[in-house]
Design a protein around this ligand. Structure first.
Ligand code: CU
Length: 163
């Protein structure tokens, strides 16, 4: 994204983050069945478009759930930033959410223009070809470490075109 988009997105974010947090009281406890069956999650296609600066960066991947137990992505950590958020995109504006569903026998797609992981403030600016490690936290599954490939800014994963 160029500098102007970044500013617009940042403004949109600061507006919506507070709303998203305060409006997020329902903890839909829909775990009626299979409380002890652990979800089986696999992550593929993780990448980060080369950041423009050290202010923010997005990360994308697909999280597949091969079990009949639904899970939730609840947070992300990385050595590259102390502040990682999970964002949804609604009406082309990003908003922070507390968690995202990883449906049973389904997948959570983090893709351009949609839901994504957002690094707020980077300790350095990774270049194309480098790797960034993140750790995904889930409501039920154990944390999963993922190596993100840093890609060209125009890069689009194959999976993001399938609609
Ligand atoms: Cu974002």
């Amino acid at each position: 994204m160029n500098a102007r988009t970044t500013r617009t997105l940042a403004a949109a974010l600061s507006l919506t983050a507070a709303l998203a947090i305060s409006g997020c009281s329902s903890d839909s406890g829909a775990d009626a069945d299979a409380a002890d069956a652990k979800p089986e999650l696999t992550v593929s296609g993780g990448y980060m478009p080369e950041p423009v600066n050290d202010k923010m960066a997005g990360a994308f991947m697909v999280i597949k759930n091969g079990s009949k137990t639904a899970d939730k992505l609840t947070g992300v950590t990385s050595p590259l930033s102390d502040d990682l958020q999970i964002h949804e995109t609604k009406d082309q504006k990003m908003q922070q959410v507390r968690s995202m569903d990883v449906p049973a026998n389904g997948e959570l797609k983090l893709e351009r223009g949609g839901s994504h992981v957002m690094f707020m403030g980077l300790k350095n600016t990774p270049k194309v070809g480098e790797k960034v490690t993140v750790e995904l936290r889930f409501e039920k599954s154990s944390p999963i470490k993922v190596e993100l490939d840093v890609k060209e800014r125009t890069y689009k994963a194959d999976n993001s075109t399938a609609h």
